[in-house]
Design a protein around this ligand. Structure first.
Ligand SMILES: NC(=O)c1ccc[n+]([C@@H]2O[C@H](COP(=O)([O-])OP(=O)(O)OC[C@H]3O[C@@H](n4cnc5c(N)ncnc54)[C@H](OP(=O)(O)O)[C@@H]3O)[C@@H](O)[C@H]2O)c1
Length: 180
């Protein structure tokens, strides 16, 4: 999308701007710095992977506070700073419907994000859109996650990027774009 849009990145360490999605004030400060934008795209969110029956509340809290509420807060703050015709695009993952061993917390969080997006779409102001991209494991991440995803060949990041492009540059809202 870079040739067609001015892309401004933000993250805790590496982005053009600094933001920590687990910190609401940090999200507010980011938008005060940025002003109005045409589209908000999130590709962040940490979740704990491990055996379900050994998972502690603190470990569940990682996904709930970071990937889920981080993106919910980004959406709610960001919606106040969108230009007319603007959009929000979040990230979830196919573990919402295709679970794996050790991935229960990710399944929980990804399903919640997808449900949130479907619901938010019907309450967003007219012309403001929201979608979520839900990929299976990326081919580029196979060295790290491949052992969890036996039977999956993974998808290339460039295919996942097309789903983000479709969300930002298309006209649909309330959609979950599965990339498998
Ligand atoms: N990789 C896969 O195969 C795959 C498949 C399906 C879904 N997903 C989902 O896609 C998302 C990204 O996955 P990834 O593998 O690309 O992760 P990653 O390599 O760890 O990248 C995460 C990015 O988000 C930023 N970030 C992390 N926590 C943040 C926070 N609290 N606030 C602001 N920025 C934050 C990081 O930058 P800083 O360190 O600078 O903050 C980094 O640029 C995750 O939600 C993951 O569940 C990944």
């Amino acid at each position: 999308m870079k040739p067609r849009h001015e892309v401004v990145t933000a993250s805790r360490i590496r982005g053009d701007h600094k933001v920590d999605l687990t910190d609401l004030q940090s999200i507010r400060t980011l938008f005060e710095q940025l002003g109005k934008v045409d589209a908000i795209v999130s590709t962040a969110g940490n979740v704990h992977f491990g055996p379900l029956l050994e998972m502690t509340p603190e470990q569940h809290h990682v996904g709930l506070s970071d990937k889920l509420m981080g993106q919910v807060n980004l959406t709610l703050e960001g919606a106040k700073h969108l230009n007319p015709g603007g959009s929000v695009t979040l990230v979830a993952g196919t573990l919402s419907k295709d679970p794996i061993r050790f991935g229960a917390s990710a399944s929980l969080v990804n399903s919640a994000i997808e449900g949130f997006v479907r619901a938010a779409a019907i309450e967003f102001p007219p012309g403001i859109r929201i979608n979520v991209v839900s990929p299976t494991v990326l081919r580029e991440s196979m060295d790290t996650y491949g052992a969890y995803f036996r039977g999956s060949e993974g998808v290339l990041a460039k295919r996942v990027a097309l789903a983000f492009s479709k969300s930002v540059e298309g006209a649909q809202t309330g959609q979950v774009y599965f990339v498998e």
